[in-house]
Each structure stands twice: as C-alpha cells, then as structure tokens.
Design a protein around this ligand. Structure first.
Ligand SMILES: Nc1ncnc2c1ncn2[C@@H]1O[C@H](COP(=O)(O)OP(=O)(O)OP(=O)(O)O)[C@@H](O)[C@H]1O
Ligand SMILES: [Mg+2]
Length: 365
C-alpha cells in the first residue's frame, strides 16, 4: 500500500496543501509544535478508526473554521484508489473512490497502517491491561470473531463478580457459581488459544526486526505470563482443565474479595532482551526498540494476512536511538512505505532513498 498523494484542508494547524510522498521513506522534520504529528494523525485517520491521540473530530478542525477535509490517493489492490474524509457540523462523511459510504469502517477494507507514537511506550512502562489490549487489538485485526469472544468473556466475568458479592449475603447461591464457571472456562480457553497462536506468529518477525535494529546484538523474546499455569503448547482440552483447576483453587480468595482473581483477564506479557525483562531493566533506547520491533512485526503479520503492506507511521521515534538504530529505521525497512517525524534533519544518519519534508507553522515544504 503506497500513499501517492495527500490533501488537507482546514486540518488542525496544517495549511491547505497537497503533498506527494515517496514510495519508500518520508522524513518529516521541523521544530516542536509545527504540525508533524498532525500530519501523521491525518494519514492514520484513513485507517477508519480514531485519532491515536484520543482526540475528537471537532478538535481536528482548524481553529476558527467549520469543517476539515482530508483526501488521499493510494495504490492498493493493484490499482490507484482514493479516499476522502470530511467533518463539519458534527457530521462525518467518507468517500471511497468517489462513492459516499455510510461508515468509517469501509476505510478499513481499503487502507491500513501501523502507527508508533511515544505514547506507545506505555506498552512497556505501564500496567498489564495495556499489554493485554495490545495483543487483543492485534488479534482482532486477524480474526473478526475475536472481539465478540472478548466481550462475552467480560460479560461473564462481570456476572460472576456480582454473584461472588451476593454469595457473601446469600450463601445458598454458592451452587450457581458452577454455571458461570463452565462458560468462563470455555470462553477463557478460546481466548487463551487465540493469544498463544498469535504470539507464536509474532515472535519470529519480532526477533528478526529487533536483531536488525540492534545490529544483531540483542535477542527479543515475548513471554506470556499466565495466572492459570497454562502453557502455549497446551491443546484446548488441557487449557480448559488448567483453567478449571485454577478457578477452583482461587475460589476461597474470590469469595473473600468479590473478584475473579485468575484468568486471561489477569494475564500479562513480558518482553525480554537477551533473557532480561525490558520493563524492569531495559534502557530507554531498548524500550523504544522493543515497541518498534513489535509494531513492525504487526505490520509484517498484516502483510502475510492481506498480501498488502500497511503504511508505517513513526512519530518521534528517532530520539533516544543511536546512529545504527536510526540507520536501520531510515534505510533498512525496505518494501514498506514509511513516514517518520523528527525535530532535526538528520545530518549524522543519511537517508539513502526517499523524500524529506520540512514543516514550519503548518506549511509543508
Ligand atoms: N484544531 C487545531 N487548529 C489549529 N491548530 C491546532 C489544532 N490542533 C492542534 N493545533 C496546533 O498544532 C500545533 C502543532 O502540533 P503537532 O502536535 O503536530 O506538533 P509537532 O510538530 O508534532 O511538535 P512536537 O515536535 O513537539 O511533537 C500545536 O501547536 C497545536 O496547538
Ligand atoms: Mg509531535
């Protein structure tokens, strides 16, 4: 997938303009607060979702204007296509190849990208819920029915937790817990199977990319930390057996706390470089490289699935990376179209192929 033209009108601080990116690497540089992230965000909106900064569409309209409009030409599915997004008066409109569509989700069928922004470092730094969200969101892109599995599991957990609290007052309700546990175990084992399968696919490209970024010095591994003693080689029957044993063993504690203390909703991931936890011991550069390797692998798996390479959007990744790591990102992520922002036109690491855009006060040159 290659963006061949990008048009913006009244979008944040970006002055109305049309840009023609290179099909490989595009470096967007400029001082702070000039519009670099705005440009990355504009491309990301064509994936059909929301801003990776969590902004509302109203906030994206340039101050003192009533609407914004974004347009893109891109090469995908072997042909030139176009998409347009307009927003004004609280109404969003989408056109794909000139035909108006009723919902943003149509965009996901024609355009895809993977984004890294500094907030994604939370994947390493913050709590397990962020890592669970990462793997769950990645699986959702591969299997449409996974999202409904997750919401079903959450529903059962909510009902089980409510029951645990009721049992404190009405001990006769204790027998009904087994009914919830049966469905919790089945749906929980299905979720775990999907997560283990996805990790098995993710691990190899993550290792390869991380090797590349670190000039072969570091080996990245991803470990699934199960609260139910499961293992990634367990078959479905073994998974259900282990989940049952774990729920039974934690029942006393669960009655006491009114909360389901084990299960896939409590599991975590640990990223390890040369066997050492990145979260606990990794340097800033290693944390950044780890998240980058994961994002690039996500792109690789999307490519394997759709036979179309997503566009790679890298906001502010170059800082804290040494020359050899920067060189890898600028010159070795071949085959993908990459947009990368930075504050200085990199003079140490030379961009070998691609275009450099300078951005000042919303004007892209
Ligand atoms: N709706 C809007 N209308 C006009 N300007 C806006 C709007 N939303 C944000 N801006 C402005 O856009 C400017 C550029 O923001 P952006 O986040 O793209 O900067 P940046 O170049 O990525 O800077 P940094 O290097 O600090 O990350 C900000 O100063 C912000 O105030
Ligand atoms: Mg920025």
């Amino acid at each position: 997938m290659i963006v061949t033209e990008l048009r913006f009108e009244n979008y944040r601080n970006l002055k109305n303009n049309t840009i023609v990116p290179a099909e490989n690497v595009n470096v967007i540089y400029g001082e702070n607060a000039q519009g670099k992230t705005n440009l990355i965000e504009a491309i990301w909106l064509f994936c059909g979702g929301h801003s990776f900064r969590g902004s509302k569409e109203n906030e994206m309209i340039a101050f003192d204007n009533k609407y914004f409009r974004l347009g893109m030409n891109f090469f995908s599915g072997g042909r030139e296509q176009s998409a347009d997004i307009a927003f004004g008066q609280n109404r969003k409109q989408i056109w794909i190849n000139g035909v108006e569509r009723s919902s943003s989700s149509y965009l996901t069928e024609v355009f895809s990208a993977v984004v890294f922004s500094p907030e994604h470092l939370n994947l390493i730094k913050r709590g397990p819920n962020i890592r669970r969200r990462f793997i769950d969101a990645a699986i959702c892109q591969h299997r449409i029915r996974y999202a409904s599995l997750l919401s079903k599991y959450q529903q059962i957990i909510n009902q089980r937790n409510a029951l645990l609290k009721d049992i404190r007052k009405h001990s006769e309700l204790k027998d009904t817990l087994a009914i919830w546990d049966d469905s919790l175990i089945t749906v929980g084992a299905m979720i775990m199977k999907e997560r283990y399968d996805y990790l098995k696919m993710l691990r190899e490209p993550a290792k390869t990319y991380h090797h590349g970024i670190s000039a072969e010095k570091e080996t990245l591994d991803i470990e699934y930390q199960s609260t139910t003693k499961t293992d990634e080689n367990d078959d479905f029957g073994t998974l259900t057996g282990k989940l049952r044993a774990a729920f039974d063993a934690s029942q006393r504690e669960d009655f006491y706390t009114g909360y389901t203390s084990v299960g896939p909703h409590r599991d975590d991931l640990d990223f390890k470089i040369n066997g050492i936890s990145v979260r606990r011991f990794g340097s800033q550069g290693q944390q950044r490289s780890t998240v980058l390797s994961l994002k690039l692998s996500e792109a690789e798996l999307l490519y394997q699935k759709n036979e179309e390479r997503p566009v790679i959007l890298l906001d502010d990744v170059l800082s804290e990376l040494d020359n050899s790591r920067q060189d890898f990102l600028l010159n070795k992520v071949e085959a993908y179209q990459v947009f990368v922002t930075c504050c200085e036109e990199s003079n140490k690491v030379q961009l070998k192929n691609g275009k450099v855009f300078y951005i000042e006060n919303g004007v892209v040159k």
